[in-house]
Design a protein around this ligand. Structure first.
Ligand SMILES: NC(=O)c1ccc[n+]([C@@H]2O[C@H](COP(=O)([O-])OP(=O)(O)OC[C@H]3O[C@@H](n4cnc5c(N)ncnc54)[C@H](O)[C@@H]3O)[C@@H](O)[C@H]2O)c1
Ligand SMILES: O=P(O)(O)OC[C@@H](O)[C@@H](O)[C@H](O)[C@H](O)CO
Length: 458
C-alpha cells in the first residue's frame, strides 16, 4: 500500500511560523536544501525564521506562499529516500515585492541577509568591480530619483535595503553570500560599496561601519526538481507538496567572519566555522565545480544528459581524472585528503538517484570558468607546464558556444558571435574574454585548438 491510497493531505502549518530575523535573496532549490535546512536543524532554529525573496521570477514565492513556506526535502542516498518537511522559511516574496524587502531591512529584529543569486547575480565586471551594464545604470538612476524605487540588481537591492535600515536606525547586520564565488564575502562587499558610493557617499560610510560580510564555501548537489518528483513525494509521504526539493545526503557549509548581531547555531547542525575558508573553497571550486563544468561541456558534446551518465562514460571519466591531477597539484590540502575527496566526489557524481542535468551546469560559463578552470591553467603555466586537461575544458566550452542555439549565458549573444567563424581565430577571441593573457599565450591557444579537434573525434 502507498500513502496515496488515501487522498493526499495539503501541506500547511499547524504551529505558528518562526519570527523573521533572517532575509534571503534567491529563493531557489539550493537555498532550500542548504541554508534553510541548516536553520531547520539548528537547536535555536525556531527563533530564526527566514523571509525568502526570489531573484526574479515570482513562481516559487507564490507556490510556497500557498503552503505557508513549508516544503519537503527529499534526500536521496544509497539507502533510498529520506523525507523531511522544512519549517524555517516563515514567509516568501517575489522580487517585485520591494516594499516588503525595505520593511524587513528596516526592522531591528532582522540581522542576517543571505544570498544564492548565481555567479552572474553579483553584477561584477571582469575586474570584480561593479559592472557597467544597462541594468546597473537603470538601478542607479532609479535610486537617485527615489530611494524606494524598485531596483533589480543584487548590489542595488542591498543598497536600497541598507538605506532603509540606516533611516530606520535598525543597527548592524551581516550579509552571508552562498554562491560559488571565491572569497564571496569580499566580492559582495566590493560591489555593494561601489553601488552605495554612487548613490550616497555618506550611506557607503554607514554601510562600512555597520555591515559585515561573511565568506562561505557551500556544497550540496541539488538539481532542478521535475514534475515526477512532485508525484513521487506525494506517493511516498501522502502529502501534496507542489514544490519539493531533491538533494544528496552530503552537505558542507564552511563560514568565516564576524556576525554583527547574532546568528542561528548552525554549527550544531553541521556547519564549520573557521578563520580561513580559502583552502576549502579552492578544493571545491577546482575539483567539484571544475569537473562539473568539464562534464557539462564535454558530456553534452558526447550526447549525455546528466552528470551520472557522463561520468559513466570512460572517455569523460579519463578527462575528469586528468583535470583533477592538474588541479590537485595546486591545492594546499594534504595528498591523502585530496585522494579521499576525489574518491568521495566520484561516488557523489555517480549517485543514480540524482539527475543533475548537464545543461543546468553549463549555464553562465563566462562567469564560472574564470573561477573554476582558469586559476589552474594559470598555475600550471607558472609551473612551466601546459594544462592539457584545462585546455580541454576551454575547448569544450568554445565548441559548446559554437553550437549557438542552446547557450544560456549572461553574455550569450556576444560570446556566440565571438566563437563563430574559423576555429583558429575564434579560440583566441573567446579566450581573450576570459583573460587577455590567455589569448596571447601561443602554446595554450595551440593546445586548446588541438583539444577541440580531439573532442570532435573522440
Ligand atoms: N544547485 C546546487 O547544487 C548548488 C550548490 C552550491 C551552490 N549553489 C549556488 O546557488 C546558486 C543557485 O542555485 P539553485 O540551484 O538554487 O538555482 P535556482 O534556479 O533554483 O534558484 C536561483 C535563484 O537565483 C535567482 N537568480 C538567478 N539569476 C539571478 C540574477 N541575475 N540576479 C538575481 N537573482 C538571480 C533566481 O531568481 C532564483 O531565485 C547557484 O548559482 C550557485 O551559485 C548551487
Ligand atoms: O550552481 P552553479 O550553476 O553555480 O553550478 C552548477 C554546479 O556545478 C553546482 O551547482 C554544484 O552542484 C554545487 O556547487 C555542488 O555543491
Amino acid at each position: 500500500m502507498t500513502a496515496l491510497d488515501a487522498a493526499p493531505v495539503p501541506l500547511r502549518r499547524t504551529r505558528p511560523a518562526p519570527p523573521v530575523r533572517h532575509v534571503h535573496v534567491g529563493l531557489g532549490n539550493f537555498f532550500r536544501a542548504h541554508q534553510a535546512w541548516y536553520t531547520h536543524r539548528a537547536p535555536d532554529g525556531d527563533q530564526w525564521g527566514i523571509a525568502a525573496f526570489t531573484g526574479r521570477s515570482p513562481h516559487l514565492a507564490d507556490a510556497l506562499h500557498e503552503q505557508d513556506g513549508l516544503f519537503t526535502l527529499d534526500t536521496r542516498g544509497a539507502d533510498g529516500d529520506h523525507f523531511e518537511v522544512i519549517t524555517s522559511v516563515a514567509a516568501t516574496h517575489p522580487a517585485r515585492d520591494h516594499g516588503a524587502w525595505l520593511r524587513y531591512l528596516a526592522d531591528p529584529q532582522v540581522v542576517l541577509v543571505s544570498l544564492t543569486v548565481t555567479e552572474a547575480g553579483y553584477s561584477r565586471g571582469p575586474d570584480g568591480g561593479l559592472a557597467g551594464t544597462d541594468r546597473v545604470a537603470a538601478d542607479l538612476a532609479a535610486l537617485l530619483a527615489d530611494p524606494s524605487a524598485l531596483v533589480s540588481t543584487v548590489p542595488f537591492r542591498l543598497v536600497a535595503g541598507l538605506a532603509a535600515r540606516r533611516a530606520g536606525g535598525a543597527g548592524p547586520l551581516t550579509v552571508v553570500p552562498c554562491d560559488n564565488l571565491p572569497d564571496n564575502g569580499a566580492a559582495t562587499a566590493r560591489v555593494v560599496r561601489e553601488a552605495a558610493r554612487l548613490v550616497d557617499p555618506a550611506l557607503a560610510g554607514w554601510i562600512d561601519d555597520n555591515v559585515s560580510y561573511v565568506t562561505t564555501m557551500v556544497d550540496r548537489i541539488t538539481p532542478e526538481p521535475t514534475d515526477g518528483d512532485v508525484t513521487s513525494v506525494a506517493i511516498a509521504t501522502g502529502v501534496l507538496d507542489s514544490s519539493p526539493v531533491v538533494t544528496e545526503p552530503f552537505s558542507e557549509w564552511v563560514l568565516s567572519g564576524s556576525f554583527r548581531a547574532g546568528r542561528p547555531r548552525w554549527e550544531a547542525a553541521g556547519a564549520t566555522f573557521t578563520d580561513d575558508v580559502r583552502p576549502f573553497e579552492a578544493r571545491k571550486l577546482g575539483l567539484l565545480n571544475g569537473a562539473h563544468s568539464l562534464l557539462a561541456y564535454g558530456g553534452l558534446l558526447r550526447g549525455h544528459t546528466t552528470v551520472a551518465d557522463a561520468v559513466g562514460d570512460q572517455v569523460c571519466l579519463a578527462w575528469v581524472e586528468q583535470w583533477w591531477d592538474e588541479a590537485s597539484a595546486h591545492l594546499a590540502a594534504p595528498a591523502d585528503g585530496i585522494a579521499a575527496y576525489r574518491t568521495a566526489l566520484l561516488a557523489r557524481f555517480r549517485n543514480p538517484a540524482i539527475r543533475h542535468r548537464l545543461d543546468q551546469i553549463a549555464a553562465d560559463g563566462s562567469q564560472k570558468l574564470p573561477v573554476r578552470i582558469v586559476p589552474t591553467v594559470r598555475a600550471e603555466r607558472a609551473a612551466g607546464r601546459l594544462a592539457q586537461g584545462g585546455a580541454r575544458v576551454l575547448a569544450a566550452w568554445i565548441l559548446h558556444l559554437r553550437a549557438g542555439a542552446s547557450v544560456t549565458d549572461v553574455r550569450a549573444a556576444e560570446l556566440v558571435g565571438l566563437a563563430a567563424g574559423g576555429l583558429d581565430e575564434a579560440v583566441p577571441r573567446v579566450l581573450g574574454e576570459l583573460d587577455p593573457e590567455l589569448a596571447e599565450d601561443a602554446g595554450l591557444v595551440a593546445a586548446v585548438l588541438s583539444e577541440a579537434g580531439r573532442i570532435d573525434r573522440a
